[in-house]
Design a binder for this molecule. Structure first.
Ligand SMILES: *[C@@H]1O[C@H](CO)[C@@H](O)[C@H](O)[C@H]1NC(C)=O
Ligand SMILES: *[C@@H]1O[C@H](CO)[C@@H](O)[C@H](O)[C@H]1NC(C)=O
Ligand SMILES: *[C@@H]1O[C@H](CO)[C@@H](O)[C@H](O)[C@H]1NC(C)=O
Length: 157
C-alpha cells in the first residue's frame, strides 16, 4: 500500500471511529437499557411442525405466518418464516415481562400446513409454548433468547 492509501485509510478510520465513540459514550450511560428479547425458532413442514426423524433433511415450512399470542389470543407481534423455516420476533423487554412471555404467551403458525405439503391438513394451527434459553451479548446489546418448546398441531381454533 502506498503512503497515500495508508493516509486515506487512517482518515477513513478516524472519520468513522469518532462518531462511533461518541455514540458508545452516550449509550454507555444507559447501557442497562440496551436489551432486546428475541423469540426465534424453526417451523418444519411436518404434521406437528417439528423436526422429523430424518433430522436436517426434514423440509422447512417457508413463508409461514407466525403470531406471538398472549393471554386470550391477543396478537402481540407477527413474523414470517424465511426459506429455511426460521422466524424471529424482536421485542422491547419493557413491552412484556419475561415471566408473562413464558407463562402467558405462545407462538401460533397461522398458515395452513397444506401450503407447504398438500397431504397435510388445510385447517388447524401449529402452537408452541415458549422457553427462556439464556442471554447473548452483541456489543452493548443484551439479547434475551426465547425459543419455542416444541410445536403441537391444534386441529381448529
Ligand atoms: C426420510 O428419508 C427417506 C429417504 O429420503 C424417505 O423415504 C422418508 O419418507 C423420510 N421420512 C420422513 C419421516 O420424512
Ligand atoms: C396475559 O395476557 C393478557 C393479554 O395480553 C393480559 O391481559 C394478562 O394481564 C396477562 N397475564 C399475565 C399473568 O401476564
Ligand atoms: C408430505 O407429507 C407427507 C405426510 O406427512 C409425507 O409422507 C411426504 O413425504 C411429504 N412430502 C414432502 C415433499 O415433504
Amino acid at each position: 500500500m502506498g503512503l497515500k492509501s495508508v493516509l486515506f485509510v487512517c482518515v477513513m478510520v478516524a472519520a468513522m471511529g469518532a462518531p462511533l465513540m461518541v455514540v458508545e459514550a452516550q449509550l454507555g450511560s444507559i447501557g442497562s437499557l440496551l436489551s432486546l428479547t428475541r423469540i426465534q425458532g424453526t417451523v418444519f413442514c411436518t404434521a406437528n411442525g417439528n423436526i422429523g426423524t430424518n433430522g436436517t433433511a426434514t423440509p422447512a415450512f417457508p413463508n409461514a405466518a407466525v403470531q406471538l399470542q398472549c393471554g386470550n389470543g391477543n396478537v402481540v407481534s407477527t413474523a414470517t418464516t424465511n426459506s429455511a423455516g426460521v422466524f424471529s420476533i424482536l421485542l422491547d423487554p419493557l413491552q412484556l415481562l419475561l415471566s408473562s412471555l413464558t407463562s402467558n404467551c405462545s407462538v401460533v403458525v397461522n398458515t395452513p400446513l397444506s401450503s407447504c405439503n398438500a397431504t397435510l391438513p388445510s385447517v388447524g394451527n401449529l402452537v408452541s409454548a415458549l422457553n427462556l434459553v439464556g442471554m447473548t451479548f452483541q456489543g452493548l446489546l443484551r439479547i434475551t433468547n426465547i425459543i419455542p418448546t416444541g410445536f403441537m398441531f391444534q386441529p381448529s381454533t
